[in-house]
Design a binder for this molecule. Structure first.
Ligand SMILES: Cc1cc2nc3c(=O)[nH]c(=O)nc-3n(C[C@H](O)[C@H](O)[C@H](O)COP(=O)(O)OP(=O)(O)OC[C@H]3O[C@@H](n4cnc5c(N)ncnc54)[C@H](O)[C@@H]3O)c2cc1C
Ligand code: FES
Length: 277
């Protein structure tokens, strides 16, 4: 298990960019973050909520809040869904927040995939780590799915970071009517490499489409997380490529269960037992 720094961050800004969606800038010296990694935030100073909440990293910023690949802070983009995120939304400039991370293994473009067509596929808040990845890549085809026009603005970071963007909305109020995976069927070839983040149903469909055409596919999984560092075993997912024997030496390839927080959250889509979800 890797040891991660646990430090105090200070709020630079916490802006409501859309109703219920907040962009949180944190001054945080431990921010050597890579696309696809996440942090665990203690939202409350007390015991409720007791557990930290996981959030993906949207970008790395400098102390003035300007977006660069500096290492003075991070930007998070979150949707208010419950108690923890509600408390987070009330933080103001200068407040301190306890942050654990950066955690997990994120997205990388492997040398053997450099000449492939890169597709960044996201649904809803799944766009957060992929916009950060788009910034590192500077190009690619981004496919974004959401419920309606009101959420389309969330995907603007893809265009800003050099990607071609196609949008699908479930109600047809913007872009094409349907799901992000409908757009994927149009764009994918056997020479594509797909990076996906969003609801499990979307990821499962993505892995199946990629397998059908013979494309490479990496998915970022979300699980409820208590510790974020591989200690509680609460975020286990069943691997599709395992020996069936628990391997205490920690050889990842042979373990039946993998931890989303420390083995992932990014996995080869072919290495997940989707039937076990
Ligand atoms: C690795 C990882 C990265 C994440 N990155 C982001 C991000 O960048 N931005 C963001 O907005 N959210 C992200 N999430 C989801 C975020 O962690 C949850 O929305 C948050 O923990 C909810 O806390 P809460 O106390 O507000 O809600 P709770 O009171 O815990 O839950 C309220 C409601 O939200 C639902 N909920 C809780 N967790 C999730 C979840 N993971 N997905 C969908 N619904 C959930 C619950 O089922 C419940 O109905 C991420 C989750 C993981 C595991
Ligand atoms: S959240 Fe504890 S092991 Fe992953």
């Amino acid at each position: 298990m890797k040891k991660s720094p646990d430090t105090k961050a200070v709020v630079l800004y916490n802006k409501e960019i859309l109703p219920g969606y907040f962009l949180l800038g944190l001054k945080w010296k431990a921010a050597k973050a890579a696309p696809g990694q996440f942090v665990m935030l203690r939202t409350s100073g007390g015991f409720d909520p007791l557990l930290r909440r996981p959030l993906g990293i949207y970008s790395v910023i400098n102390a003035g809040g300007k977006k660069t690949f500096g290492d003075d802070g991070i930007e998070l983009l979150y949707k208010v869904v419950g108690k923890g995120t509600k408390i987070l939304s009330q933080k103001v400039k200068g407040d301190g927040i306890d942050v654990l991370g950066p955690l997990g293994n994120g997205f990388t473009l492997k040398a053997e995939h450099e000449n492939k067509k890169v597709i960044l596929l996201s649904g809803g808040m799944g766009m957060v780590p992929l916009v950060f990845f788009a910034k590192a890549l500077g190009s690619g085809t981004a496919l974004f799915g959401c419920r309606s026009k009101a959420e389309v603005q969330l995907a603007s970071g893809f265009k800003k970071n050099g990607c071609k963007l196609r949008v699908a909305t479930e109600d047809g109020s913007a872009g094409e009517k349907g799901l992000a995976t409908d757009l994927l069927k149009d764009e994918i070839t056997n020479d594509s490499v797909v990076y996906a983040c969003g609801p499990v149903a979307m990821l499962k469909a993505t892995a199946a489409i990629a397998a059908t055409v013979g494309a490479v596919c990496f998915v970022s999984l979300e699980r409820a997380m208590a510790c974020g560092i591989g200690a509680c075993l609460g975020c286990a997912v069943k691997s599709g490529k395992h020996s069936g024997v628990y391997d205490p030496s920690g050889v990842i390839e042979n373990r039946e269960y993998k931890m989303v927080c420390s083995d992932g959250p990014v996995f080869d889509g072919a290495d997940i037992d989707w039937e076990a979800f």
